[in-house]
Ligand binder design. Structure first.
Ligand SMILES: [Zn+2]
Length: 483
């Protein structure tokens, strides 16, 4: 349906439209994306997520790639999501500006931008919450909370399935299983909102490697976990198995930003109710662990990491949630290099293809042990291969043992060194040998069973999985019983 709408909209567009820094409303937002597409038709595609907002506003995405619409092996997929809280609007405008900038620089044959687009598939969702944006804007945009939620007043960044609770329970039980946990969900704390369902479907259908969600109200790059293990409401560092990598990618944004990582800048809340400098994030390099700041359940960031292969951080883009129109261009200048530096982080670590004599192996499991320090340290978060047998494993510089596993095949292991500076991930392919039954493999447990999702003979705590129900029934539901 939206295809026809674009044809209609395109009628009003001029090919030489210049991007203007302003607060674009929900009608203007797709026009900007369509203008960019008209200027750069060969490297862009505009699409909408599977369902619109509560008030029926489509959730538009613009994609940049030299093969728009198609995933290609060795080419990592990245996304930026803006305006999750409707009254936090800077990310929305920065993503519209970024779309225009990528296109313009590509047309000017900027070598960095051309290399980035030829080697990365980039998706920009400027507004996940157009209804909240409308409500906030109708009331002048300056209320601290009005328009934060969607049109059912639900906070979308608390509405994702709480996979932290599952991984923390596995940890307590000594079960080594920390990825693709959506199938272990047995109940949802609240019905999924349409915007959440649309984004979950999107997250589950594209093999994203890297992502950032954009907010406002502070100036910091926040990384998983957002939820504390003990239930503490604040000040409890909640490390994920990829803590080192998350710190590195969060710092990549903070350090390339004009002053996110500056120790001399004032904190956002010096004049707030507590008059404290307790959370002046500039003094800690512009980054924070989520739960070390404050704990939240049902956030999108941890969902990405625990349900898929994607690493997501949360960007608080400034003290003001709803900056004035005449401040937007300056904010763009302060964020531009950071936005680009972060996209390049999709190219750190290793990537490769897992195959056997018959072809690509989908859902092969890539496990990593960090050999850099004195004692080998397993990173207890595996990634899996996609339809082309391809995987992407973000890693910090160092030495690693990498194992590829696939049911019915002997595992393969290799040692790899990840260098200090990378503009492209090290390629590490695996060709696996099928287990031959004449070897007697049927009669003993092959060693790789330990690594598999099936947990060997360990007890399953979630006996009846709601995976099918969550991905199908709940996602299909058209009505939400809220309000
Ligand atoms: Zn927010």
């Amino acid at each position: 349906m939206f295809v026809y709408r674009f044809v209609y909209l395109a009628f009003f567009l001029s090919a030489s439209a210049k991007f203007i820094w302003k607060h674009h409303n929900n009608e203007e937002l797709p026009l900007v994306l369509e203008e960019v597409h008209q200027k750069c038709p060969n490297i862009t595609r505009v699409y909408a997520l599977s369902e619109p907002s509560v008030r029926n506003v489509p959730l538009y995405v613009i994609e940049f790639s030299d093969t728009p619409g198609f995933h290609q092996p060795y080419k990592p997929e990245v996304k930026y999501v803006g305006n999750i809280h409707g009254n936090e609007v800077l990310g929305r405008e920065l993503l519209l500006g970024l779309a225009d900038y990528l296109c313009e620089q590509y047309l000017k044959t900027d070598p960095n931008i051309m290399t980035l687009i030829h080697n990365t598939r980039i998706h920009l969702l400027p507004s996940m919450n157009p209804d909240g944006w409308q409500l906030s804007t109708n009331f002048g945009g300056q209320d601290y909370l009005l328009g934060r939620g969607n049109n059912h007043s639900v906070d979308l960044n608390r509405n994702f399935p709480d996979l932290d609770a599952i991984t923390f329970e596995f940890e307590r039980l000594g079960i080594n299983h920390n990825n693709h946990l959506l199938k272990d969900v047995t109940r949802l704390a609240a019905p999924l909102e349409p915007e959440t369902r649309a984004v979950i479907r999107w997250i589950m259908s594209i093999p994203f490697v890297l992502s950032a969600a954009m907010h406002g109200g502070d100036l910091v790059a926040n990384y998983p976990y957002d939820e504390s293990r003990s239930g503490a409401l604040a000040s409890e560092y909640s490390a994920s198995p990829d803590d080192d990598t998350f710190k590195e990618i969060a710092m990549a944004y903070a350090n390339a930003h004009a002053d996110m990582a500056s120790v001399n800048r004032p904190g956002c809340h010096v004049n707030g109710p507590d008059q404290s400098e307790a959370y002046n994030f500039g003094k800690q390099g512009g980054v924070t662990n989520g739960a070390d700041w404050y704990s939240l359940k049902g956030g999108m960031q941890d969902f990405n990491y625990l349900a898929t292969n994607a690493f997501e951080i949360t960007l608080e883009l400034g003290c003001k949630k709803y900056p004035l129109e005449n401040e937007l261009e300056n904010e763009w200048n302060r964020n531009r290099e950071a936005l680009l530096a972060y996209l390049w982080k999709a190219h750190i670590g290793i990537k490769g293809i897992v195959s056997d004599d018959t072809g690509f192996l989908e859902n092969a499991i890539i496990s990593v042990v960090n050999l850099t320090g004195h004692t080998p340290k397993p990173i207890r978060h595996d990634v899996t291969t996609g339809v082309y047998g391809d995987y992407y494993r973000l890693l910090t510089p160092g030495r690693y043992e990498v194992t590829a596993n696939h049911p019915g095949h002997y595992p393969a292991q290799r040692i790899v060194t990840v260098p200090q500076r990378q503009s492209s991930a090290r390629i590490l392919n695996f060709k696996l040998e099928p287990i031959r039954y004449e070897d007697g493999a049927l009669f003993f447990d092959p060693p790789f069973i330990r690594y598999q999702h099936v947990l060997g003979d360990q007890p399953r705590i979630y006996k009846r999985s709601l995976f099918e129900k969550v991905t199908n029934t709940l996602l299909e539901a058209k009505d939400t019983p809220k309000q």
